[in-house]
Ligand binder design. Structure first.
Ligand SMILES: Nc1ncnc2c1ncn2[C@@H]1O[C@H](COP(=O)(O)OP(=O)(O)OP(=O)(O)O)[C@@H](O)[C@H]1O
Ligand SMILES: [Mg+2]
Length: 256
């Protein structure tokens, strides 16, 4: 079982798209997957075909210790994986958790009860380096960092690496960087090519060989509550996430 936090404090870089489509791709490869929506926006929840407005309980209640994950998780409408859903309730958690004991390890502790039921637990983090993200990083064995190859991408990366180092020092010494994922990639864009080259230079093998192209099917699928694999299996986006799942399995299963 492997727990991976999908994190980047920069908004709109493809974290949720990666969470949903990687979950569906790993499930298509017969892996048992739980997707944890740790963002009050609830995008991973909606993108999995679960209505965030009609939830009796969410990951918020899990973090506060009011519910067990087994009582809250739901099956994605399509895609063959489970979702621990979220909605705006979670926006209050940041404040409410501050006074609670072990506030950084709430998710980690809760996941222990269900970890044996899954091969992969993917955590979709919010676009912030806040207590929710720290809960994700503390629960995870590794971090996956989706990024757009833009001018400020590398700058943002050093803040994130700083946070990862602090979490390692205080809360989770084993935390690794699983990989950096180039998202919404346009190979004709020369700036994207340059940033991509710098990324490879700095992070080498930590950069996934698989690149996620900009693909309209990936943007359309969530409004149908579907992973791209279910919406348009042959699309370049769906195929790229299948390739990413394959690359991840090759990497992790080769080293264990
Ligand atoms: N490869 C892609 N091609 C085209 N559109 C994409 C791609 N990846 C993501 N998108 C679109 O870009 C937007 C942002 O993506 P997404 O929600 O996955 O990012 P995010 O990092 O989770 O955002 P946030 O920080 O707000 O949580 C969405 O509208 C999504 O549909
Ligand atoms: Mg998101």
């Amino acid at each position: 079982m492997r727990i991976i936090a999908i994190t980047n404090q920069k908004g709109g870089v493809g974290k949720t798209t990666t969470g949903v489509n990687l979950a569906a791709s790993l499930a298509a490869m017969q892996r048992r997957v739980l997707l944890v929506d740790l963002d009050p926006q609830g995008n991973a929840t909606m993108g999995s075909g679960v209505d965030k407005r009609s939830l009796a309980a969410t990951v918020y209640h899990v973090l506060l210790g009011e519910k067990q994950i087994a009582e809250v998780r739901q099956r994605a409408a399509h895609g063959g994986y489970d979702v621990l859903p979220s909605n705006r309730d979670l926006a209050g958690a940041e404040v409410e958790l501050v006074d609670i004991e072990h506030r950084e390890t709430r998710l980690k502790t809760a996941l222990q009860a269900v970890a044996a039921e899954y091969d992969f637990i993917l955590i979709d983090c919010p676009p912030a380096l806040n207590l929710l993200t720290v809960n994700g990083l503390t629960a995870a064995q590794a971090v996956m960092i989706p990024m757009q190859c833009e001018y400020y991408a590398l700058e943002g990366l050093s803040d994130l690496v700083g946070t990862i180092k602090r979490v390692r020092a205080h809360l989770n010494p084993e935390l690794e960087i699983e990989g950096l994922l180039r998202t919404m990639y346009d190979p004709r864009n020369t700036l994207a090519q340059q940033v991509s080259a710098q990324l490879l230079q700095h992070f080498g093998d930590k950069v996934y060989r698989t690149v996620i192209p900009r693909n309209v099917r990936l943007a359309e699928a969530p409004s149908h509550g579907l992973p791209a694999l279910e919406f348009d299996r042959t699309s370049k986006g769906a195929q790229a996430y299948l390739a990413l799942a394959g690359e991840m399995l090759n990497r992790t299963e080769a080293t264990v």
